[in-house]
Write a protein that binds this ligand. Structure first.
Ligand SMILES: Cc1ncc(C[n+]2csc(CCOP(=O)(O)OP(=O)(O)O)c2C)c(N)n1
Ligand SMILES: [Mg+2]
Length: 743
């Protein structure tokens, strides 16, 4: 925190008032508060000037929100507590220890901008050393992550060994720190309380009594939309007051002393383990929403004048004068110091080196651990049948050594959880039984997932590590992201791919962007297991969808789609041990299929990402596919061989991002014909990209057009006649292969 020792000659009154404190804040702290608040406002003014000179490219101010930031930061601890601020939190960040120079570096987009290396707009704070976690632009996405961060604090306090350094996987690169009683601060505007994720977050925080302080900075506007349009009844405090376990404060957030006192009480409640806190701070917005907005279009002068009368910066100045803490000279000295420093910082920032174009690919993925490398390539170690794991415990006698994909995923989860205490598993219905006593009293057997993939994990590892979540997919992914940012390894489940969409903001704008947008300061490696796909006979629209291309179209996310039990085990282990976020797609139809069963390949079996498998070699044409189309294509290929002596090379991609271009190219160069088959609807599907690349890069090797077989451009119907017509069948594949061979 910046401190100003005021010359006693300039401010004799301050000496006289030295002993007095203000809700625990000393005179010197109030002087510091003024310096910081004035600095914050002047950085905004400087950025506005620089924007007009086209030296910065965007500006959004913290004006009017300075007092709440300073008061909150005084009550909390930098580099100890955790912070998920939003863009108006300039003064909070300055108080925690960020410098004006660092902020100006972000404004100009400098290479050394510590928040993002020139990748994010100004006021998108991230200061690793201060535990200020990288911030994005979508309103409200930070809230669930903050909840996850608080959950991580709780977990680490209960499982301290988890924080120890380990080698041989992502843990080597993920330092974990915790204090035991740290709190997580998260802030948002009044308008942002309209987002569903806000309510999901309050619900979880209340229910789990998490040490998180929600700070709603209510300036009564969300761009041009006033608070009464956002919030039923116009006061968010009234709406949230029914949540249990909370400590509530509704305060004048233009007063740093009032704010400090409120945050002290809030932090005490959280640190004591009583639950979360909610601080509703009434503030003002003296500048327009951002420099792209002109509030005179929707706010009359009188309203703006009324706001200005509550401006926290002149108010604190008056307070200091009135209390005799500073005199006019003292104020002038502070302000001049700030202005001089600002000029020097601005000059320096404008001279700072800019990021170079060749750096754009840095930190899309982990620079430390490459999941395509040989480190992730191991061989199966098969136990004799009588001791092989059957997915329900390693010692259970076992008739056949061949296990289903469901069994091997379950067994892999068990072994990995055994090996790495940072793994937590949660999602809808994943626990055996939330009411533990029913299990303990042997009244029930337990569920463990609607497909039973997580069966027995809660029993073996306890309810801290395996637990149910509310039906709130954004909360599953958002909380997991917060936990992973802190160093845990959540392996969460989305029950059906068809219901992944509430989590889409987290999946598109948050999780995969964290490493890149923070220039590698933060990362959130985790695994999201998702049951996907059709061929269910009766699954209909909402239990049969694919849609993987939406996620392979998202940089920063690894996407895996195994077709058999052995690959599922090996790829899941790679997903867990690697240092990137992974979407692990499990085909429901394959969970218990006879095709592709295998013995458990042992506790270290891994398949590297981006390595296709040649399911059968061939010479006449190449079929590139994955997932549940693999067994259907194999059946078609075998029939074609039998009946027409056409030799098909069948390539199972196994991993969709990264994918094995080398294997595709080698095969197409050999056969000169290619068919891409996928279960998703045809147009814009995953195979479209593969087809385009083959056409582009292998044109001279082709003897026939690049063909595709996929689902129709419809949804999946319930009646089996419809489902069969919609999803690609073995007969469709047979026909297409035959045509291609005859071309
Ligand atoms: C999900 C999402 N929708 C819309 C926007 C555009 N947007 C940016 S700030 C904002 C208003 C936010 O208002 P409020 O939460 O009251 O915060 P304030 O700016 O007033 O501090 C909007 C609509 C966005 N960034 N994210
Ligand atoms: Mg607002």
């Amino acid at each position: 925190m910046a401190t100003t020792k005021v010359d006693p000659k300039l401010s004799e009154n301050s000496v006289a008032k030295k002993a007095k404190t203000y809700q625990g804040l000393t005179s010197q702290q109030l002087i510091d508060a003024y310096r910081i608040m004035f600095t914050s406002r002047r950085i905004d003014d400087r950025e506005i000037l620089l924007k007009r000179q086209q030296k910065v490219f965007f500006q959004i101010s913290g004006a009017g929100h300075e007092a709440v930031g300073v008061g909150a930061a005084f009550a909390l601890k930098a580099s100890y507590d955790w912070f998920y601020p939003y863009y108006r939190d300039r003064a909070l960040c300055l108080t925690l220890g960020a410098t004006p120079y660092e902020m100006l570096l972000q404004g100009v987009g400098a290479a050394d901008d510590p928040s993002s290396g020139g990748r994010q707009m100004p006021s998108h704070w991230a200061y690793k050393r201060l535990n200020v976690v990288t911030q994005s632009s979508p309103t409200g996405t930070q809230i669930l992550q903050a909840v996850g961060c608080a959950e991580a604090s709780r977990y680490l306090a209960r499982h301290p060994r988890t924080a120890e350094k380990a080698t041989g996987d992502y843990r080597q690169f993920k330092e974990v720190q915790f204090q035991g009683d740290e709190v997580t601060y998260v802030s948002l505007g009044d308008g942002t309380t309209s987002e569903g994720e806000f309510w999901e977050a309050l619900n979880v925080a209340a229910n789990r009594r998490l040490p998180v302080i929600f700070c709603v900075q209510d300036n009564e506007y969300a761009i041009s939309v006033p608070v009464e349009v956002q919030t039923a009844g116009g006061n968010i405090s009234h709406l949230v007051s029914g949540f249990p376990n909370f400590h509530f404060e509704e305060i004048d957030g233009t007063d740093p002393v009032v704010t400090y006192a409120a945050f002290k009480r809030a932090a005490e409640h959280c640190r004591g383990g009583h639950g979360p806190a909610f601080v509703h701070a009434h503030v003002i917005r003296p500048y327009s929403h951002s420099l792209s907005d002109d509030e005179r279009l929707y706010r009359p002068d009188a309203e703006r004048r009324a706001d200005a009368a509550r401006d926290p910066v002149p108010r604190l100045q008056m307070f200091l004068l009135r209390e005799g803490i500073l005199d006019e000279k003292g104020i002038n000295k502070i302000e001049k110091d700030v202005e001089d420093q600002m000029q020097a910082d601005t000059d320096r920032a404008l001279d700072a080196a800019l990021p170079q174009p060749e750096t754009i690919y840095n930190y899309v993925y982990s620079p430390n651990l490459d999941p395509t490398s040989v480190e992730f390539e191991t061989h199966p170690v098969i136990s004799p049948p009588e001791t092989a794991t059957d997915g329900k415990g390693s010692a259970t006698p076992n008739k056949s050594p061949n296990k289903t994909m469901a069994d091997l995923i379950n067994a892999t989860l068990r072994d990995e959880m055994q090996r790495d205490e940072r793994i937590v598993v949660f999602g809808e219905d994943v626990a055996d039984c939330s009411r533990e006593e029913y299990i303990k009293q042997k009244l029930v057997k337990g569920k463990g997932g609607v497909f039973k993939l997580t069966a027995g994990l809660q029993g073996q590892f306890g309810s801290d590590r395996v637990f149910n979540s509310p039906i709130a997919e954004a909360s599953i992914v958002g909380r997991a992201t917060g936990m992973a940012t802190r160093g845990l390894k959540p392996v969460v489940e989305i029950q059906f791919f068809d219901y992944i969409w509430p989590a889409m903001m987290q999946l598109r704008d948050e999780l995969p962007t964290i490493r890149w947008r923070s220039n590698n300061a933060f990362s959130a490696p985790l695994v999201i297991r998702v049951a996907i796909g059709g061929y269910l006979t009766g699954g209909a629209i909402y239990h049969s969808q694919c849609g993987e291309s939406i996620f392979t179209h998202t940089p920063g996310l690894r996407v895996v789609f195994p077709s058999n039990a052995l690959d599922a085990a090996g790829l899941l282990r790679t997903a867990i041990r690697c240092d990137d976020p992974v979407l692990f797609l499990e085909h429901k139809r394959l969970y218990r299929e006879t095709y592709g069963r295998a013995p458990y390949p042992g506790p270290d079996y891994m398949v590297p990402f981006g390595k296709a498998k040649i399911v059968q070699p061939g010479t006449d044409l190449t079929v590139i596919t994955y997932g549940a189309v693999v067994p259907r294509a194999l059946q078609a290929a075998q029939k074609l061989e039998r009946e027409h002596h056409v030799s098909v090379e069948l390539v199972d991609l196994r991993c969709l991002n990264p994918f094995d271009w080398d294997a595709i190219a080698a095969s197409v160069k050999k056969t000169n014909r290619s068919l891409i088959a996928y279960e998703d609807s045809l147009s814009w599907g995953y195979g479209a990209e593969i087809a385009a690349r083959i056409a582009d890069q292998l044109f001279h090797h082709l003897d026939a057009p690049v063909k595709r077989v996929a689902a129709t451009d419809t949804f999946v119907g319930y009646q089996p006649i419809l489902e069969n017509a919609i999803l690609p069948q073995s007969s469709d594949l047979f026909r297409a292969m035959k045509e291609l061979a005859e071309f």
